[in-house]
Design a protein. Structure first.
Length: 264
């Protein structure tokens, strides 16, 4: 209990709201390796990045309409592609130019990746939960044209990719970093409201983007957004817990911080 209390007291300090961390190597070394080579994580991140690019390209090719950008799912596809791309770029930088110095704080590109990482993980999981909880049955029962492969890629495999990024990485997750996915959810919510009152329609001609976000029924729509907000917070806390379990298992069964070998 004392350990939990001490951990929570550290997590809710103001500095945990920022993107500062002492050890830059944790952003390009994997929790699954015993040496300090950036190559293992570089290879993993390349595969994840190419997977996200493939999902994005297929989504654009299959759903190539002017309405593509209005859907939260497609925002998520873009976000996870950017996140895995930044992860790959960080690992490539470490591979080509050696260890990253964080003596005077994390470089801007690590901060950018870390913020994107927090957003991408939570966004992917929220989209998966939201779709299979509220939209999947509606899609099956309606006459909406839906490609089952694209649906699986954008609503299911997206979370698998981000989960793999989570469990192979080593950088920490802080509770207060939930402000970053909350900020993106807020932006999308504002866009959703503006789009509705500006007379926007979805690809079926409906006066809403999603049925549960129909602002002709503001009570329901507002409730759904607050539910999504709660979902973001809960999912982010789950991500923090998974990160803690990942680090515990890594330190106990994989890494020995006192005898890491140095590999070029």
């Amino acid at each position: 209990m004392c350990v939990l209390k001490k951990y929570l007291s550290r997590q809710f300090q103001v500095d945990k709201l920022t993107l500062q961390h002492d050890d830059a190597s944790e952003f390009y070394l994997s929790c699954l390796q015993q040496n300090r080579s950036p190559v293992p994580l570089l290879c993993i991140r390349l595969i994840l990045f190419l997977t996200c690019v493939g999902i994005l390209v297929m989504s654009l090719l299959v759903d190539h309409t002017a309405f593509w950008i209005i859907y939260m799912t497609n925002w998520g596809v873009v976000i996870i592609t950017v996140t895995t791309g930044l992860a790959f770029a960080v690992s490539t930088r470490a591979f080509l130019r050696g260890p990253i110095d964080s003596t005077f704080g994390l470089p801007w590109y690590l901060k950018l990746y870390w913020a994107s990482y927090n957003i991408g993980l939570t966004a992917a999981f929220l989209i998966t939960v939201f779709y299979y909880s509220f939209l999947y049955e509606l899609v099956l029962e309606s006459e909406m044209e839906s490609n089952p492969i694209t649906d699986l890629l954008t609503h299911g495999i997206n979370s698998v990719v981000m989960f793999l990024l989570l469990i192979t990485s080593m950088q920490p997750s802080h509770v207060l970093h939930c402000v970053y996915p909350i900020a993106v959810l807020t932006v999308y919510s504002i866009f959703n409201v503006i789009y509705y009152y500006a007379g926007g329609e979805n690809h079926l001609g409906d006066r809403f983007i999603y049925p549960m976000l129909d602002w002709s029924n503001p009570g329901l729509a507002t409730g759904v957004l607050f539910g999504c907000l709660a979902g973001v917070i809960i999912l982010h806390v789950v991500i923090v817990l998974v990160s803690l379990l990942r680090d515990y298992l890594s330190k106990r069964y994989v890494r020995n911080i006192y005898s890491l070998s140095i590999t070029a």
